[in-house]
Design a protein around this ligand. Sequence first.
Ligand code: FES
Length: 387
Amino acid sequence: MPAHPLAELFAGALDIMTEIDRRAEEGVDHGAAGDVQRLVDRYHPSGLDLVVAEVITETATAKTFRLRRADGADLPPFQAGQYVTLDATVGGTTTSRPFAISSSPASLEAYDLTVRRVPGGRVSNHLIDHLAVGDRVRTSGPLGSFHHNPLFHGEDLVFLAGGSGVAPAMSMIRDIVDHGLARRLHLVYGSRTADDVIFRETLDKLAADHPDRIRVDLVVQRPGADWQGPTGLLTGETITALTGPLVGRMVYVCGPQAMYPYALAELARLGHPRRRVRLEANGAPARPQTQAGWPAERDPEGEVQVTVQGGPSFSTPRGRPLLDALEEHGVRPEVGCRSGECSLCRVRVVSGEVFDAEEARLRLSDAWSGYTHSCVAYPVTDVEIAL
Ligand code: FES
């Protein structure tokens, strides 16, 4: 029998392909159909066409967009902490970004996406400036693993949030309250000023109504004269002064990119084990050349040629994520987290070399087969890729 063309991709591939061929010949069909397919579509839709039902101004720099189905039907269930990607066309380029759902998983009439204006945030700023009630948008179904896991996380949780990173915390808190869960969550939420605090009244009320399960501490970097609460950054001392000992507790962290190394260092200084910290993925590194393994002789500003098999060929700076460059040239792999985790955006490097950022959660089989996660891959030489 001639070797299957995929047989050389990884060890065992030939056995798998032979088994697939055998089953096809014997008429064994494992494809979903009918009720099964409807169930799959309900829980794992490939995409959702939604309408903006409401726009809530949270602060001077943040808005919540309430998205519903046009026919009012329920949306797919999700776990508090998950996100959806939202498609947007900005400056002629169609792209997408993940946004955490801030509403309660107890209500599937709508997904609330809370978006904050950020310097250089092309999509977030575009949404804040232009998205209006009645607009139609395309999102993914719920995605992501940044949610409570009852087997490993326990029932006594700490959440360190910064900026719009409070969105998944809001959903987790609503989950606890709406579902009557016997789970405690202590939110320590850092903001630049008191005016930047998102959901302030809601958080205060939920904490006041459920003191046994919900605690909220707001920490402000630049307090005004009337600020009475804690101030400064979320240092180890501030965290433990508010939360008490962290021993045995899972700590979730979600906020701007700069918050992650800082929070990790502070938690490590407190002796909190890394395995008891969950970080929400938050985008590709802006300066990949600062990571270990970047080839020192390759200028991140220098241009290389990217050729897509059966598609366009274009030049792009080495320091730009491959996915961003592809999208700018009309090539759109499937996309989820844009942070190296979900693997939806993977492409195969046929020739040339890419730098995989440390965020890339590549499987061994990806490496064997030449796949890379394009959202956190940087072409350091001319490359040819296949989708
Ligand atoms: S979009 Fe998730 S790994 Fe790239």
